[in-house]
Design a protein around this ligand. Structure first.
Ligand code: G6P
Length: 367
């Protein structure tokens, strides 16, 4: 097993470090020099033009990919997207448009609820696309089309690299759908392609700064409640950051759309409670900062996660983590990295079983 961990203490850390490589591989599988080719996936231009509505169905972290993807697809391709949990979709008697596309995202390709949702969609005669990591898995076999993420085998129960590859798969779909449906200019298309290709090196850069997160994590081992707040795509990032925290650190945490704080959650803010603000979307920055200030005035300790250049954040927050600039639509791919590291380092500092957290399974094949 030590050999398989390639010198890392845990599989999770190894997999966190594999992200630049596997994200790059997944991008390169469809993104060519200056265009995107989805023919291997089985989606023709005609198919893409026909899509009236997208339904993304997934569980766990893959569901959080769906939430982030919803913003990206609607922004670029202007296709309405609905995101649902597999366990809800299958019992909801969903009304599916016959020209809709059901996208099931699953690392294992075996999650029972996601598979049932796929079958439900097929039964209703709606086209299905799987974004799957495991070749030959049930979802990969049964979906009409498959976009394989190239994360390689993921051992740690808490997903990191599979999540990151799923994200870039959805970006590639969004960009190409936008292009085929003539929703973006040629310049914007080329710019997005250029930018998506820079994500691996930007992730690498964040990983180089991991000791800073480790230091911060060592101060948070006694935390009981952590709140992650953000708006728009930042809210999607919060959901994944919060799940990582719960899964491996056993710290109660909640992801909150920053604007919703005042509708209840703010009553839970007390002295020294950690509030993590995710602020990668500049048009929402001031709004989230003001929500964070409301928490601070009630005693919260603030961590801010934003892009390099936003140094004024230090006037408000107690601890800041900066990520490289990218197109705001791709920010999830960068902002999630420090949050994975935070969950990891707190778990290690608490002496917990990082790779096999209690009560959790890598793949949930029962209801
Ligand atoms: C489990 C794993 C999660 C994963 C979820 C969905 O809960 O612990 O990391 O996100 O299942 O798994 P899937 O294989 O469908 O992506």
């Amino acid at each position: 097993e030590a050999a398989e961990k390639a010198g890392y203490e845990h599989f999770m850390m190894k997999e966190i470090h594999e992200q630049p490589k596997v994200v790059g591989d997944t991008i390169n599988s469809v993104v060519k020099e200056n265009f995107i080719d989805l023919t291997d996936i089985g989606l023709s231009e005609e198919d893409i033009k026909k899509i009236s509505q997208m339904y993304i169905v997934a569980c766990g972290s893959a569901y959080h990919v769906g939430i982030a993807a919803q913003y990206v697809i609607e922004d670029l391709a202007k296709i309405p997207v609905r995101v649902e949990l597999g366990s809800e979709f299958r019992y909801r008697k969903p009304l599916l448009d016959k020209n809709g596309l059901v996208v099931v995202i699953s690392q294992s390709g075996e999650t029972a609820d996601s598979l049932a949702a796929l079958r439900e969609a097929k039964e209703k005669g709606v086209r299905t696309l799987g974004i799957v990591n495991v070749v030959g898995s049930s979802i990969a076999r049964e979906a009409d089309s498959v976009f394989y993420t190239l994360a390689g085998p993921e051992i740690a129960v808490a997903t990191t690299k599979a999540y990151s590859t799923q994200l870039v798969a959805t970006y590639a779909l969004a960009i190409q759908f936008a292009k085929v449906r003539e929703e973006i200019s040629e310049e914007r298309y080329v710019e997005l392609i250029r930018e998506i290709k820079t994500l691996p090196e930007k992730i690498e850069k964040i990983l180089k700064d991991k000791e800073r997160i480790q230091w911060f994590a060592s101060k948070q081992v006694n935390a009981h409640d952590v709140f992650f707040v953000g708006r728009g795509i930042d809210y999607a990032i919060c959901m994944e950051g919060s799940l990582k925290m719960k899964e491996i650190s056993y710290i109660h945490s909640e992801a909150y759309a920053a604007g919703e704080l005042k509708h209840g959650t703010i009553s839970l803010i007390e002295d020294d409670i950690l509030v993590v603000g995710v602020l990668t979307q500049s048009e929402l920055y001031e709004k989230t900062i003001s929500n964070m200030l409301e928490c601070k005035s009630r005693g919260a300790y603030l961590m801010g996660l934003t892009t390099f250049g936003r140094y004024d954040i230090e006037d408000t927050v107690d601890f800041t983590v900066y990520i490289p600039k990218t197109d705001p639509l791709f920010a999830t791919s960068l902002a999630v990295i420090p949050l994975q590291l935070l969950g990891y380092y707190i778990s290690v500092a608490k002496g917990l079983d990082v790779d096999k957290p209690r009560n959790l399974a890598k793949s949930v094949t029962v209801e």
